[in-house]
Design a protein around this ligand. Structure first.
Ligand code: RIB
Length: 306
């Protein structure tokens, strides 16, 4: 029997300071939060933890400070191999996350330690990867261009979550990617197109051979893979906190792919994990386990979880 590929994640780690508010503040407005809580987070850490919870063999590298050790502990508890994550940076990456009634959020990140992951560290980390393994990157860490070059040279199947969309994103050479995950904002940043369906088609035309997935929040996701279009309308849940839903999508999608499921089934896994993550507070604490994701993904799009 073929051995499932390992998922190697160059992971951003953030200390999430989560403010619960009635409504997100307008520019110039001061609002009082109902609560302030601290959670482990960071897109890469969340994605790695979801993939491991969904059954994939996951290794991560990354960098935080001594006060970020609890993020590494949470990743380890989820089943991620964290031997290559360092906790020696003077300033940990952190995020201020505002969550409004109804689950809508706004996030400001200070990447700090995440921008000090070196090319040498990435190469050392990827020297343990074998051809056919999966690599996952987000745009919150240093070195995506270097990591993509190393992935190409080593025959790794590289997936990039182009989040967050920043000025550097448009300059990044994305050729040779196995897969690209974007939300509507990131799709617009990469194409200039506000219609996510048109942006997906433009990205797929620009990157032949790359599976492109556009996530649409509660409306599910659209994907182009090998020229074929797949759509999935998502699952119906009462959203409490949408922070980390995109990360849950990415982690579960890649865990399904690593387990040998076709991209269309992986789309259902991504949507199932994203929907379940919206029903609980916090990013990493809300990441669902494999059994719940598999059970929901087996239901038709639009279903309500049991
Ligand atoms: O995607 C959610 C994550 O984005 C949060 O955990 C926060 O750390 C930011 O990086």
């Amino acid at each position: 029997m073929a051995v499932a590929p390992t998922l190697h994640v160059i992971a951003s780690l953030m200390i999430d300071r989560v403010l619960s508010v009635g409504a997100l503040p307008r520019p110039g407005q001061t609002v009082e939060a109902r609560s302030l809580r601290t959670f482990p987070g960071g897109k890469g850490a969340n994605q790695a933890a979801t993939a491991a919870r969904c059954g994939a063999a996951v290794r991560a590298c990354g960098r935080t400070g001594a006060d970020g050790r609890f993020i590494v502990d949470a990743m380890r508890d989820a089943g991620v191999d964290v031997a290559a994550v360092r906790c020696d940076d003077p300033v940990s990456g952190a995020a201020v996350v505002m969550v409004a009634d109804g689950g809508e959020n706004a996030i400001v990140i200070a990447p700090e330690s995440n921008r000090r992951v070196t090319d040498a560290e990435i190469d050392r980390f990827l020297s343990a990867a074998v051809s056919g393994d999966l690599l996952l990157l987000q745009n919150e860490c240093s070195g995506p261009a270097h990591a993509l070059g190393t992935a190409r040279a080593r025959g790794l199947r590289a997936w990039f979550n182009a989040a967050p969309a920043d000025a550097a994103l448009r300059g990044l050479d994305l050729t040779g990617l196995d897969g690209l995950f974007v939300n509507e904002t990131e799709a617009e940043a990469l194409t200039g197109l506000t219609d996510p369906a048109a942006a997906l088609d433009a990205l797929a035309a620009r990157l032949p051979g790359t599976t492109v997935v556009v996530t649409l929040g509660a409306a599910g996701a659209r994907m182009r893979s090998g020229g074929a279009l797949s759509t999935h309308a998502g699952y119906r849940v009462r959203a409490v906190d949408t922070v980390g839903c995109g990360d849950a999508f990415v982690g579960a999608f890649l865990a399904a792919l690593a387990a040998g499921l076709p991209p269309e089934a992986s789309l259902a896994w991504g949507n199932a994990a994203g929907a379940l993550a919206a029903t609980c507070e916090g990013a990493m604490p809300s990441l669902p386990p494999r059994a719940s994701v598999a059970a929901l993904a087996a239901l038709p799009a639009g279903s309500v979880p049991a």
